[in-house]
Design a protein around this ligand. Structure first.
Ligand code: NAD
Length: 324
């Protein structure tokens, strides 16, 4: 199988590529992996460092909105895993335009190319944020979309576009919607790496609002395994939830990180809450567990401690991103 991975130089995309090429646990064993990535501020060569010399890897520097380039990149592939996106909610609140352009427009360009080339499975990687906030219980995949931020609205639009290509054209589309993901190689603008790198450097931690927002945390290895299983075993047109049972308020998460550094609450500075901030996300994973046999395996406290260690040991990767 020859797989095209868009956004393969980003956090989850690079973890997937490293897993596809180097992990003995990988359920997909491609003969070629092509990364298509425009290397925005969020994409780095270093994230692909461990697999850089693998002869099965090709890296195409290009934008998913570029019709001609995408057409050439898609040719010769049997499958696509689409992760390329503008992914930071705060940036989408500052300006929605790049989110609409890349997340919606870029997805449309890729779907057209997949159709033209009769590429096989098109796995579209999406997020729990498309459902908006839920006070209690969890969203099933049939729940209505009710996104709160320009980021999640652009992801919801891309999901609907992908599903429409399945219904209209019979394109072999599968969607995964994942929970808040953490692990190594995540850009330091995101919550966990931001707090960890601030703790390493002796800075304070900016905690939004009352710190009571609840997130379910999923290790990036579990997220990638879910993507690979959905790709291999999922039904065309289906939506799979990659959730986790690790519900933590941001305050609880902050407490765990402070404990990793033997630091106290004097290191925390409350800041004005993010506009339109969702209180709680939660995904019902029953169907995913039954159909794909997937469930998270990484214990949160262990995964968090290992992630903290990774940032301690890999300053050379994250420091230039903070200075950029
Ligand atoms: N991180 C999470 O918690 C999470 C959870 C669920 C779903 N997701 C989804 O997973 C995917 C990957 O998320 P991530 O956290 O790895 O994001 P990321 O920001 O770390 O990586 C995104 C990658 O896409 C590339 N990219 C951006 N615009 C592009 C364009 N126009 N053309 C080509 N490449 C472009 C960037 O260079 C980067 O390498 C996204 O679609 C996101 O919506 C993320």
């Amino acid at each position: 199988m020859r797989i095209l991975v868009t956004g393969g130089a980003g956090f989850i995309g690079s973890a997937l590529v490293r897993r596809l090429l180097h992990s003995t646990d990988s359920v997909l064993r491609p003969e070629r992996v092509t990364v298509l990535d425009s290397f925005t501020y969020a994409g780095t060569e270093g994230s692909l460092g461990p697999v850089r010399d693998d002869p099965r890897l090709r890296v195409v520097r290009g934008d998913v909105r570029d019709v001609e380039l995408v057409d050439a990149a898609v040719a010769g592939h049997d499958a696509i895993v689409h992760l390329a996106a503008e992914s930071h909610v705060d940036r989408s609140i500052a300006s929605a335009a790049p989110f609409v352009s890349t997340n919606v427009g870029g997805t449309g360009v890729l779907l057209d190319a997949a159709l033209r080339h009769r590429t096989g499975r098109f796995l579209h990687v999406s997020t729990d944020e498309v459902y908006g906030s839920i006070a209690q219980g969890s969203w099933p995949p049939s729940a209505p979309l009710d996104p709160s931020s320009p980021y999640s609205a652009s992801k919801a639009a891309a999901d609907l576009l992908a599903l429409a290509y399945h219904r209209t054209h019979g394109l072999d589309v599968v969607i995964t919607r994942g929970a808040n993901t953490y692990g190594p190689y995540q850009h330091p603008e995101k919550l966990i790496p931001r707090f960890v790198t601030n703790l390493i450097d002796g800075h304070t931690l900016p905690l939004y609002g009352d710190g009571g927002d609840i997130r379910n945390w999923l290790h990036v290895d579990d997220h990638c395994q879910g993507i690979a299983l959905a790709h291999r075993d999922g039904r065309a047109g289906a939506i799979y939830h990659l959730g986790s049972d690790t519900a933590r308020t941001n305050r609880e998460l902050t407490g765990s990180l402070l404990a990793e550094f033997d630091a106290g609450w004097d290191r925390v500075t409350p800041v004005t809450d993010r506009k339109g901030h969702d209180r709680r996300y939660a995904l019902d994973t029953t169907e995913t567990q039954r159909e794909l046999g997937w469930k998270p395996t990484v214990d949160f406290e262990q995964g968090l401690a290992a992630t903290v260690d990774w940032y301690r040991e890999n300053r050379a990767w994250w420091e230039p991103l903070i200075k950029a």
